[in-house]
Ligand binder design. Structure first.
Ligand code: HPA
Length: 232
């Protein structure tokens, strides 16, 4: 086992879907996987492995923010030899044409995090999605008649920022949505030469201040989930 994941080598699939909320991992395992086993309960950050349409897949909670996501992604990659990670999470829309309940495929990330300025002092690294996973997600979405928005997202370290309208500069530069994990995930994927993609559902809208009801959140989350599972 690794420090934060109590699984044996071989318990985790080479492809892992990562919701932020560990209760979502449990929900997905119960609703969609056959023969699911729970391989991790450390800190309540549930991890499950089972099969979807005969293919082995794992679902691991990431927690919120780059630090938490990075701990789990690092251990999945380095200890359990995971090769593909698909984050399935929520985001806030920064554009009028990206509507509540829409799906966003994060082609690249901008960020206010300092993780990469430590690695590349006075230079910039652009964390990007795996083109292979991005293309596959886009094609599956078309097959399934699911509308997707593809583009840049903004990964922030602060859900409650000061000043509270700091997101507007990102909106001006065409960034589609705000979330809190993707820059960390894509950077780790680059460092370890694995594939990663974030698929996000718009749960709230920073321009219109709309937010999903919990029922809408569940329905739109299921659609995103089915898209991610079809990629396994
Ligand atoms: N900010 C940061 N992360 C988010 C948001 C937001 O408004 N909505 C969903 N994830």
């Amino acid at each position: 086992m690794s420090i934060h994941i109590a699984a044996k080598i071989g318990d985790i699939s080479e492809i892992v879907l990562m919701p932020g909320d560990p209760m979502r991992a449990q929900y997905i395992a119960n609703k969609y996987l056959q023969n699911a086993i729970c391989y991790n309960q450390v800190r309540g950050m549930f991890g499950y492995t089972g099969s979807y349409k005969g293919k082995k897949v794992s679902i691991q909670g990431s927690g919120m923010g780059i630090p938490s996501m990075s701990i789990y992604a690092n251990e999945l990659i380095q200890e359990y030899k995971v090769k593909k990670i698909i984050r399935i999470g929520s985001c806030g829309s920064l554009q009028r044409n990206v509507q509540i309940r829409d799906i966003v495929l994060a082609q690249a990330t901008s960020s206010d995090t300092n993780i990469n300025s430590r690695i590349f002092p006075s230079m910039n690294f652009s964390p990007v999605a795996s083109f292979n996973l991005l293309l596959k997600a886009y094609q599956k979405a078309q097959e399934m008649s699911i509308k997707v928005n593809v583009g840049n997202v903004f990964t922030t370290d602060l859900f409650y920022d000061e000043p509270c309208d700091s997101w507007k500069i990102w909106a001006k530069y065409g960034v589609l949505a705000i979330e809190m994990e993707t820059a960390g995930l894509y950077t780790l994927a680059a460092r370890h030469n694995i594939e990663a993609l974030s698929i996000l559902t718009v749960s709230d809208h920073l321009i219109t201040n709309e937010a999903c009801t919990s029922e809408e959140r569940e329905k739109s989350f299921n659609r995103m989930l089915e898209l991610a599972l079809e990629m396994v």
